[in-house]
Design a protein around this ligand. Sequence first.
Ligand code: URA
Length: 213
Amino acid sequence: MGKADEEFARPATPPDTTSLKVTREAARKCTACHLYKHATQTVFGEGPKTAAMMLVGEQPGDYEDVAGKPFVGPAGKIMDRALEEAGIDRKEVYVTNAVKHFKWEPRGKRRIHKKPNAREIAACRPWLEAELRLVRPKLVVAMGATAAQTIFGPSFRVTKERGKVLSSKLAARVVATVHPSSLLRQPDEESREREYKNFVADLRVAAKAAEKA
Ligand code: URA
């Protein structure tokens, strides 16, 4: 198989339906880019169709790829704790990712997360658009640069714009924040604690804005 085939990508084509279930089923068979070839399964979003808030991450990790559910690994655990602290019930929010297949490279026996590129993100974007169209959340939380740039464009900077209620073509109200996995990568306890508190503060802004909307 040549490199061109390996990196094949075209926009996904979600079905024309009002059913989230039908859309999720269709996404299971997505071959719009090459990532499906090495992932266990599509990890579609999860949560009630009536959710007022949608959280968007980057892509499923190792745990999510195996479980078929978003944010169930270490990043999900810290996200769950922060959500609770911000007064947000995870069962009531819709959680998804910008890219729905796990992109990885082998390192020994481990599968190491590899950042999705612009073509893979663009290929997957119609699925996120479909989720937004069907769930119609009052507020979207974009966690990390991949999610935020998918929503706002490539020049968006999370460090500059985090914690504000913004508007984009994809969603009327969006709060951008860091990705929860960045909290796990902090070099020491003090910065981990500080970044965690900032993350919770951004989620509180989101919770308030979702109530108002
Ligand atoms: N990181 C993400 O961006 N999404 C997940 O579902 C898990 C880890």
